[in-house]
Design a protein around this ligand. Structure first.
Ligand SMILES: [Zn+2]
Length: 146
C-alpha cells in the first residue's frame, strides 16, 4: 500500500479517513481522524434546498461526530498567536532544520509545516502543543493584553 496519512505521515494500513481541519481536507489515518471534523464529499444539490432539512426531527440518536466539532477552540482567554506561522518558521530556522527534517522529527509531513508557516493552516491544540515542545516556542497567548 502506498498511502500515507497527511497529518502524521505514517503509512495507513487500514482505510484512510477524510477529515476537515480549518476548511482543508486531509486524508488521514484513523488516529488522526479524531483531530478534524469528518468530511464527506459535497453532494451537488440545488442551492434552493437547505441542507438542514434532515435536522428537523428530534435528535434521539446521539451523534458521534458532534463531540469532535469544537475541539479547536481553546479556553476563553487563551488564543493562538496570529503570528504562529512566523514563530514556527523562525524557531525552525534557528535550529537549522528544513521542513523535511523537522517533519521527520515530528513525524508529520513537510507539506503540513509549510502550510502552517504560511498561515494557510492553523494548528489544532494538540499539534500546536507538539510544536511548542519541539521548537521551544509559545504559540498560545493570553487574550487579555494591555
Ligand atoms: Zn495519522
Amino acid at each position: 500500500m502506498s498511502s500515507f496519512c497527511e497529518l502524521c505521515g505514517q503509512a495507513v494500513i487500514d482505510e484512510k479517513k477524510a477529515v476537515l481541519i480549518d476548511g482543508i481536507v486531509f486524508n488521514v489515518c484513523r488516529g488522526c481522524s479524531k483531530r478534524g471534523k469528518p468530511y464527506t464529499a459535497p453532494i451537488p444539490i440545488s442551492k434552493s434546498k437547505p441542507t438542514s432539512s434532515y435536522m428537523t426531527g428530534p435528535r434521539t440518536t446521539s451523534n458521534k461526530t458532534t463531540k469532535a466539532m469544537r475541539k479547536i477552540e481553546m479556553t476563553d482567554n487563551t488564543i493562538l498567536n496570529p503570528e504562529f506561522g512566523k514563530l514556527i518558521r523562525e524557531a525552525r530556522m534557528k535550529k537549522g532544520l528544513t521542513h523535511e527534517q523537522l517533519g521527520a522529527q515530528m513525524n508529520v509531513k513537510a507539506n503540513l509545516l509549510k502550510k502552517l508557516e504560511t498561515g494557510a493552516l492553523k494548528p489544532d491544540e494538540l499539534f500546536a502543543k507538539k510544536l511548542q515542545r519541539f521548537l521551544g516556542i509559545q504559540l498560545y497567548m493570553s487574550d487579555q493584553e494591555d
